[in-house]
Design a protein around this ligand. Structure first.
Ligand code: G6P
Length: 605
């Protein structure tokens, strides 16, 4: 959403840069800033303001800055509130390196902790600022070299412009999944995130490609395609378990943060809208879509099934969900009004990709949700949305599943508001989404209790996991997690209403059921299923809504989740099920991070 302008060449007056920045105003922003190198004073000067570009212009007219090269930015807040300190440009401790950035640095927390421990002083709450300090760490007089090293440690998306007081005749520009264009007119170079901004100053343009780093110097530039592996002296990005014994536990405890990161910068609560930058280019096509096919494997497909309930109820779009390995061999009915949505944590799952290609061949609009920037899926889809929740190390997907559900809720708002969804409903979903990270945190406070329950239930070898409507796919996810990480146990999921049609024959005192029964529109129906199991001596572990004391009369044990909108309950009910599976796995002495026979990313058919 943010905008970037940079110039190296004959213009010293930043008024030109401000005018170019104004041409990016349509993209939406909440603060703006600039920086320029003044050759006389041999220093970089910067100005920032909250609000409109006109505020920046006013500040500039009172204390003008002259210099070249210069960089400018409009910011749409994601990490860090709307404040002057959080506006770009950002700089390092020595005020040598100045940068502007579009995108998200996913691993900024890890990097920031390390940099703080090394004595770096930060002046903002943004993810972006770690980049200037990382470049500072590697800077030995050559800006592009230091940038190249710093970028190797970064996970996320970026369009970056960087200038330095100690290497002043240069702009370094880098891109990964966020557009950056170099406009050239004689010996003047204008760099921007959007071609429109620099039309008057460009005879020719070069579109930077992913992983390219451009170094622009007076009258010259060169582009380096970077990605060869290189040993670094500082292992900043080593995945750390921190205080946790296993990555899976750490990642479950990151689930509230995963929700926060997934909605960050993507909600316009007053307008009841979701802002999904990755879908901008296909916005109009999406208005025409009459049907959606969601494809995924394993956990990702279950997220898709929750998406089916959300999209049909709130956006009025008919949805079909299939596993990649089945879809690719079917004869699906697809036309140009069909969108295919591929959901994959890794973006590399062979079955999902094959299904996606098949749908594209038949003319579907191809969309994707993935956590891995630059993965095959991102390259092969027309548009998409990143999870932005940082690397997931545990083989069984946990925090990314939570993020997939959150993004599907955003997508439902996005498509719903393009259609019949009212402003009031949009606002309601948006408000509830904002509360979710806090609510998710309260569930994790029951950690000890869930661990105790896992100990108690680990003696059983068979489980049913039951749910209805929005929580039927979560029953599937709960059973899958038990299979994946507590694999001495066989767990099966059923919609509550199906038990009486056969499976109930299995129930006795040694066959417990986990019953997901939040206080929603199907609560009474779920109670029937619980009663049926109970009257056959089956033990019941219920996941219910806070305040429901009655459930204690039927269930043997209860884990409570806070109240939220029915469509968002899956995001909360999943959390205790993930913890329960992990703790049972540990209780059985299994390696929950690397369960036997499983791989994180399955790139074969
Ligand atoms: C493997 C993993 C599962 C995962 C599935 C899909 O089977 O073991 O945990 O859900 O792949 O992975 P993806 O990267 O496409 O989401």
């Amino acid at each position: 959403m943010c905008g970037i302008i940079g110039h190296l060449g004959k213009y010293n007056n930043l008024k030109i840069g401000i005018d170019a920045l104004k041409r990016l105003e349509y993209r939406g922003y909440d603060s703006a800033g600039l920086a320029a190198f003044n050759a006389e004073k041999k220093d970089i000067f910067s100005l920032k303001t909250v609000g409109r570009i006109s505020n920046l212009e006013e500040k500039f007219s009172k204390s003008p800055i002259f210099g070249n090269p210069f960089i400018l930015h409009t910011r749409w807040a994601t990490t860090g509130r709307v404040t002057e300190a959080n506006a770009h440009p950002h700089w390092d401790c020595k005020k040598n390196i100045y940068i502007v950035h579009n995108g998200i640095i996913e691993n900024y927390r890890t990097l920031k902790d390390k940099l703080l421990a090394m004595g770096h002083k930060f002046s903002s709450d943004t993810d972006t600022e770690v980049v200037s300090h990382l470049i500072e760490y590697f800077f030995k007089g050559n800006l592009e070299e230091a940038t190249r090293k710093a970028l190797k440690l970064i996970k996320g998306t970026y369009a970056l412009l960087i200038i330095s007081r100690e290497d002043p005749q240069k702009i370094v520009a880098a891109r990964l999944s966020s557009p950056l264009i170099i406009g050239i007119k004689d010996k003047d170079y204008f760099i921007a995130s959007d071609y429109n901004a620099i039309i008057p100053y460009a005879k020719k343009v070069i579109n930077l490609e992913d992983n390219e780093i451009a170094t622009i110097t007076p009258g010259n530039f060169f582009i380096l395609k970077e990605r060869e592996p290189e040993e670094l002296d500082l292992k900043l990005e080593e995945a750390q378990k921190g205080k946790f014994s296993h990555f899976m536990l750490k990642e479950i405890f990151e689930e509230p943060e995963a929700i926060r990161n997934s909605i960050s910068g993507r909600l316009l609560p007053e307008e009841g809208l979701a802002k999904l930058g990755g879908l901008e280019e296909v916005k109009d096509k999406l208005k025409e879509i009459e049907r959606m096919i969601i494809i995924g494997c394993g956990t990702a497909r279950y997220a898709g099934l929750v998406g089916e309930y959300m999209l049909e109820e709130y956006a009025g779009i008919p949805v079909e969900v299939d596993v990649g390995s089945e879809f690719r061999y079917r004869k699906p009915i697809i036309n140009e009004k069909t969108a295919v949505l591929s959901i994959s944590q890794s973006g590399e799952t062979a079955d999902t990709l094959a299904a996606l290609r098949e749908a594209k061949r038949k003319g579907a609009l191809a969309l994707g949700i993935t956590n891995v920037v630059g993965s095959t899926q991102t390259r092969e889809t027309d548009a998409g949305i990143y999870n932005h929740v940082g690397p997931e190390i545990g083989v069984a997907s946990t925090k990314v599943f939570i993020s997939q559900l959150t993004i599907l809720a955003l997508l439902t708002m996005y498509l719903g508001r393009q259609r019949e969804m009212s402003l009031v409903t949009g606002r309601r979903i948006s408000q509830e989404l904002q509360k979710l990270p806090g609510l998710a945190e309260t569930i994790l406070k029951q950690d000890k209790q869930i661990q105790e329950l896992a100990k108690k239930y680990s003696q059983f070898r068979n489980f049913f996991v039951l749910g209805r409507k929005y929580n039927y796919p979560i029953a599937m996810e709960g059973a899958l997690k038990l299979k994946e990480v507590a694999y001495l146990i066989h767990a099966e999921s059923y919609p509550g209403g199906e038990m009486k049609h056969g499976p109930i024959a299995l129930i006795d005192e040694n066959f417990p059921s986990v019953a997901i029964c939040p206080s929603d529109s199907v609560y009474e129906k779920m109670l029937n299923a619980i009663e049926e199991a109970k009257s056959r001596n089956g033990k019941i572990l219920a996941v219910a809504t806070e305040g429901n004391e009655d459930i204690k009369k039927i269930a043997d044990d209860v884990i409570y989740i806070p109240k939220t909108l029915e469509m968002l309950t899956p995001i909360l009910t999943t959390i205790p099920l993930h913890l329960f599976a992990a703790y049972i796995g540990l209780e059985l002495g299994l390696d929950i991070d690397k369960p036997r026979n499983l791989a994180k990313s399955v790139t074969v058919e």
